[in-house]
Design a binder for this molecule. Structure first.
Ligand code: PLP
Length: 378
C-alpha cells in the first residue's frame, strides 16, 4: 500500500473551536468590557469552581503565572528547597527559581509516569525542611495524588498540584486540580480546552485567592493613589480571553471523550507491536490529553525514527518531555531517583513518543498514522 503525505498537517494537539466562544467574545465587545475585568471573567471563574469542585478560582494570563503565584503563596524564599516533578514541562519548575528557591527533582514511577511517592519520601528524608512539593499530572494522567498529599502533610510541606495538562481528569472520582493547597490549570492553545493563552489558580483558601487577585493586578493597596507595599505583577486574564474559555468549557466533556477514543484506537490498533501506551491507574480517569507510546526495551526502533517518518507525511509527533535533571539550566541540581540504579524519567524520555492526539483528526487519518508507525517496525 502506498501512503501519500497528508495535504493538511495533522497536529499533536491544536485548538478546536465551536462557535460559542465568539458569542462571549462579542458580548465583551458589545458591552465594552475589553479589559481585565468583566462578566466573562467572573463567570468563567464560577463555572470552573463548580466543574472542578473548589471554592476559589482566579483567572490569570498563563498557567505559568499561576504556578509562580502558587510558589509565592507557599512562602518560598531564597534558598528554600522545593521538591518537583522531574519528567515534566519546564513551566512546572521554573517559577521556583523566580523566587530564588532551589528545585530538587523527583523521579517518575512506571505506573503513571508521574512523581514517584517512594522517591518523594526519600527526598524528604534527605531534605526534611523542604517547604513545598510541585507535582504534575503528565499528559492528563493523574499522579498518585492522595499518597503525594499525605507525604506532604507528614513533612509539613505545601502541596502544589500542576494540573495544567489534566483538566477534567479524576482520581477516585475527584477532579485533579483539587488535591493541592494551591492548584494550577492552563488554557494554553494546545491544552484540552483553551483561551488561546491563560491559566488559573484554584484553591479552597479564601485568603490565598485574595492574595492572588492582589498580586496579579500590580499589588495596589486599597487607597485612592497608587500605593504599593508589595511587589506586584500584571498577571490577570483578559475578559476577552475569558469569553473564549466560557465557550470552550461547554465542550470539555466532549473533548475528553474524543481524546479517550483516540487513545483507545491507538491501544487497539498498535496491539501486537513491541510498545505500550502511557499507563494510568485503574481507579483514575485521565483526560487523555496526549496519547503516548513507550517502545519496548531492547527494540532497535527509536522514537526519533518514528517521529521523522511521521514528519515526512506531515504528521506532528513529539518527544516526551526531557527530564529537568538533564536540562543544562538545572545541571547542578539534585535528583532523587525512583529505583536504585535506574533513572525512570530518562528511560521514558529515551523510549517514548507523544502521538498526534488532535481531536479534529479523523478515524481514517488515525488509521493511516498507525500504518506509518507499524511500518517502522518491519
Ligand atoms: C502547559 C503547561 C504549563 C504552563 O501553562 P501555560 O499556560 O502554558 O503557562 C505548566 N505545566 C505543565 C505540565 C504544562 O503542560
Amino acid at each position: 500500500m502506498s501512503i501519500k503525505p497528508f495535504k493538511n498537517k495533522i497536529w499533536l494537539a491544536s485548538p478546536t473551536m465551536h462557535g460559542d466562544e465568539q458569542k462571549f467574545v462579542k458580548e465583551a465587545f458589545d458591552t465594552n468590557w475589553v479589559s481585565t475585568v468583566g462578566k466573562n471573567l467572573e463567570r468563567l471563574e464560577q463555572e470552573i469552581c463548580s466543574y472542578v469542585g473548589c471554592t476559589h478560582a482566579v483567572a490569570l494570563s498563563a498557567g505559568t503565572a499561576a504556578l509562580h503565584l502558587a510558589v509565592k503563596l507557599a512562602g518560598i524564599k531564597k534558598g528554600d528547597k522545593v521538591l518537583c516533578s522531574d519528567l515534566t514541562f519546564a513551566a512546572t519548575v521554573n517559577p521556583v527559581s523566580y523566587e530564588q528557591g532551589i528545585q530538587v527533582f523527583i523521579d517518575s514511577e512506571r505506573d503513571t509516569w508521574n512523581m514517584d511517592p517512594a522517591a518523594l519520601e526519600r527526598a524528604f528524608q534527605k531534605y526534611p525542611d523542604a517547604k513545598a512539593v510541585i507535582a504534575a499530572n503528565l499528559y492528563g494522567t493523574p499522579a498518585k495524588l492522595s499518597e503525594l498529599r499525605d507525604i506532604c502533610r507528614k513533612y509539613h510541606a505545601v502541596f502544589i498540584e500542576d494540573a495544567a495538562e489534566s483538566l477534567g481528569a479524576t482520581y477516585r472520582g475527584q477532579q485533579t486540580g483539587t488535591f493541592g493547597a494551591y492548584n494550577v490549570i492552563s488554557f494554553n492553545g494546545n491544552k484540552i480546552i483553551t483561551t488561546s493563552g491563560g491559566g488559573m489558580l484554584l484553591t479552597d483558601e479564601e485568603e490565598a485567592a485574595r492574595k492572588v487577585r492582589f498580586w496579579s493586578t500590580q499589588a495596589r493597596e486599597n487607597v485612592p493613589w497608587y500605593q504599593h507595599k508589595e511587589l506586584g505583577y500584571n498577571y490577570r486574564m483578559s475578559n476577552i480571553l475569558a469569553g473564549i474559555g466560557r465557550g470552550q468549557l461547554r465542550y470539555l466533556e466532549e473533548h475528553r471523550i474524543r481524546k479517550k477514543q483516540i487513545y483507545q484506537r491507538y491501544e487497539q490498533g498498535l496491539k501486537g507491536f513491541p510498545l505500550t501506551m502511557n499507563p494510568f491507574l485503574e481507579y483514575t480517569e485521565p483526560n487523555f490529553w496526549l496519547s503516548c507510546i513507550l517502545i519496548d526495551k531492547g527494540i532497535e526502533v527509536s522514537p526519533v525514527k518514528i517521529r521523522e517518518k511521521l514528519e515526512e507525511y506531515h504528521v506532528e509527533s513529539r518527544p516526551i518531555w526531557k527530564p529537568m535533571h538533564l536540562q543544562p539550566v538545572y545541571e547542578n541540581y539534585d535528583f532523587v531517583m525512583a529505583e536504585e540504579g535506574e533513572d525512570v524519567g530518562k528511560d521514558i524520555f529515551c523510549r517514548g513518543l507523544c502521538l498526534p492526539s488532535d481531536i479534529k483528526m479523523t478515524e481514517q487519518e488515525q488509521e493511516i498514522i498507525m500504518e506509518l508507525i507499524k511500518n517502522c517496525f518491519v
